[in-house]
Design a protein. Structure first.
Length: 416
């Protein structure tokens, strides 16, 4: 098991991992437009090229252009794992990429380099999945909870970090999957959605990217206006109305609404609180903040050129309250009144690729048995996996990825 990669990076890894592909075998990648208009990446063996001085001497202009396009697609996929530009990529990954080869030099991309870079990506993401810094009694307790969890995992330091990262992502994905299916069921049956219940108490300000335009709303925006903005987003048409949506387009709006409801952010946080315990039961810590302002947190939603739905959430507590249940004390400790500059940020990058999104929007969720999932979660270990396993075809596939990270910067903080 390992850190979930985006779909394009996964394609490169899958190609490099094929039986019969050697470390020095080369690949070509290009974007193609599908029947629905979505852009997809296709890979093929680059057999007319080679590595080294003599191969470079006989390399044609067409092959050089194909190599440059391949490297750009690979670089873009790596960048998307960390941010928006190459500067957002950790130095450890950039060093493995050998960036000089990406300067339109026409150099081919090998299976060896793909695996070296993607392994560096996984290590870098795992290393920053859970970070705690600052002073005060809560800091060492959080670090101890992390160390205790890692002690229960096998492998090297990097392998343990990757395993924990994967576990946190998996918990977040499974927990949201069950709530998502229930929410889709309610909406498809014409009942009140969780988004409708939550819309006037939103804890973040969402932004919807439509081409070069950005639409947004706040908790104070009337529900009908919110619905119309969602319709404009899913139709990629600023004249769209929610009342006109039907079929798959209506379901796509329901998908967006489910991500906007509070359950999404809560499930992403569960990835950390449940993930720090060896058996995923009885979370070692809880995080809250009464009277939290929505202006501190943000969510950005966009559709990729390939038709994927992308969600970036920055869930911020700038005056956090933390409850820690640790063997150091006889009872759980509540930490609050942290000094200025303290914050806890839970970051999520979720992606539903075009194929998975199309499947979701064609699916009848009214048959979802939420009780069966809840009953399955009575097991002592991996309850979220047990619950999600009951979902059958309603369970998220590999085209739905959830990457979560947790960063706490804490100063002071009194225990009670």
């Amino acid at each position: 098991m390992g850190v979930e990669l985006n779909s394009t990076l996964n394609q490169f890894v899958n190609w490099a991992s094929q039986t019969g592909i050697g470390k020095d075998d080369l690949v070509h990648a290009k974007t193609t437009q599908g029947a629905t208009g979505a852009m997809t990446v296709t890979l093929s063996d680059n057999k007319g090229d080679g590595i080294g001085f003599f191969a470079a001497r006989r390399r044609s202009a067409d092959v050089k252009n194909a190599n440059n396009e391949t490297r750009k697609l690979f670089m873009d996929a790596v960048i998307k794992m960390f941010g928006k530009t190459i500067d957002d990529v950790p130095k450890s990954v950039r060093n493995k990429m050998q960036l000089n080869d990406y300067k339109d030099k026409g150099r081919p991309l090998s299976a060896r380099r793909i695996m070296i870079v993607t392994n560096a990506v996984k290590d870098a993401i795992a290393a920053k999945a859970f970070t705690v810094s600052g002073t005060g009694d809560a800091v060492p307790l959080l670090k101890k909870a992390l160390a205790d969890k890692l002690d229960h995992l096998e492998g090297s330091k990097n392998e343990k970090a990757v395993a924990l990262k994967n576990e946190m992502d998996s918990i977040a994905k499974n927990r949201f999957n069950m709530h998502f299916a229930f929410d889709m069921k309610e909406m498809q049956r014409g009942e009140q959605s969780q988004f409708q219940k939550d819309h006037d108490r939103m804890m973040f300000i969402p932004k919807f990217k439509i081409g070069n335009e950005t639409l947004s709303f706040t908790a104070q925006t009337p529900l009908d206006n919110k619905n119309d903005i969602i319709a404009k987003f899913v139709k990629k048409d600023t004249n769209a109305k929610f009342s006109d949506l039907k079929g798959a387009d209506l379901n796509k709006a329901y998908v967006v609404m489910s991500f906007l409801a509070q359950r999404f952010a809560m499930c992403m946080l569960d990835g950390f609180t449940w993930g720090l315990t060896p058996d995923q039961n009885d979370a070692k810590f809880q995080l809250g903040q009464p009277n939290r302002g929505a202006e501190c947190s943000s969510m950005e939603l966009s559709f990729g050129d390939d038709g994927s739905l992308n969600i970036h959430l920055e869930d911020v507590r700038d005056d956090p309250q933390i409850t820690l249940d640790d063997d150091t004390y006889e009872r759980p400790q509540n930490f609050m009144e942290f000094s200025p500059g303290s914050s806890v940020t839970c970051t999520t990058d979720a992606k539903i690729d075009a194929k998975e999104l199309e499947t979701i929007c064609q699916t009848d969720y009214t048959k979802y048995d939420h009780a069966a999932a809840n009953n399955a979660m009575s097991v002592e270990q991996n309850p979220n996996e047990a619950g999600a396993a009951t979902m059958g075809s309603l369970r998220f596939g590999s085209g739905a990825t959830f990457n979560v990270s947790f960063n706490a910067v804490l100063y002071g903080g009194e225990a009670s």
